[in-house]
Design a protein around this ligand. Structure first.
Ligand SMILES: Nc1ncnc2c1ncn2[C@@H]1O[C@H](COP(=O)(O)OP(=O)(O)OP(=O)(O)O)[C@@H](O)[C@H]1O
Ligand SMILES: [Mg+2]
Length: 233
């Protein structure tokens, strides 16, 4: 589904990513784990075309998408939910969802308002509320839902649990699990390994801009050395 090969990314003169390789198969939930500043968001921005890579390529369903403009990459099927979860604050919840509505790359329209409200009942009860009035957790749900309205091939979630209260983190986790069970392909960037253990199917660990480990989530769970070395706080 998604294949990242040998990605080098620079901010000005400083190199941030070094030959990043990443593969996500259809219906997997891949956790991209790493400490603060490891390069998770930069990897996502490179995939989404916001920070174009200097070397390497990104393929989606076999097609090379790197080098295209961000809106064309989105249209190709990359649904990116950035870490700063932006909603349109002066628009209602429902308008925010409608703004995100588009057909998938092959004309798919699996996601309708009805289906979104079914999975996100909290948004249904707030459909006429201004999005700027929602709590942080509700805004996170809304950005995920809005991105799904664009019928992406793969959903990129950048630290959806960040800065949210434990109870809200738990409901975001339940939601991601539900999407996984529906067969949605997900790439999930997280510092919080415990959040990912119950959610992801596979794990890739990034450290100082390099991929240092990849396995199933069970493999990671059992590997104390890797957890100690790269994921302990
Ligand atoms: N716009 C930028 N200009 C220069 N350096 C940057 C910029 N954005 C990020 N960096 C640097 O790139 C490195 C990787 O940052 P990145 O945001 O990808 O990390 P991250 O894994 O997402 O971390 P976090 O878990 O804190 O979100 C860091 O050293 C960071 O300081
Ligand atoms: Mg980040």
């Amino acid at each position: 589904m998604l294949e990242v090969n040998g990605l080098d990314v620079f901010y000005g003169a400083s190199q941030i990513l070094f030959g990043v390789d990443l593969k996500v198969e259809k219906s997997q939930t891949m956790a991209l784990l790493g400490r603060n500043g490891a390069g998770k968001s930069t990897t996502f921005k490179a995939i989404a075309g916001i920070v174009p890579p200097r070397r390497g390529e990104v393929r989606l369903g076999g097609d090379v998408i790197s080098g295209r403009k961000p809106y064309r990459i989105a249209r190709a099927g990359i649904g990116f939910v950035p870490e700063d979860r932006q909603v349109f604050p002066e628009h209602t919840v429902e308008d925010n969802l409608l703004i995100g509505m588009k057909k998938g790359p092959n004309g798919e329209s699996h996601w309708t308002l009805e289906r979104i409200y079914d999975i996100f009942p909290i948004l249904a009860s707030m459909r006429t509320r201004m999005a700027g009035r929602l709590s942080g957790g509700e805004q996170q749900m809304l950005t995920i839902a809005r991105t799904l309205m664009g019928n992406p091939e793969i959903l990129l979630l950048d630290e959806p649990s960040e800065g949210l209260a434990p109870i809200i983190v738990q409901s975001i986790g339940e939601l991601i699990k539900q999407l996984r069970e529906m067969g949605v392909t997900i790439l999930l960037a997280e510092q919080n390994m415990h959040f990912c253990l119950g959610i992801a199917t596979h794990a890739t660990v990034v450290d100082k801009g390099q991929i240092v480990y990849r396995d199933t989530i069970e493999g990671l769970r059992a590997n104390d050395a890797i957890k100690q070395r790269y994921l302990a706080i």
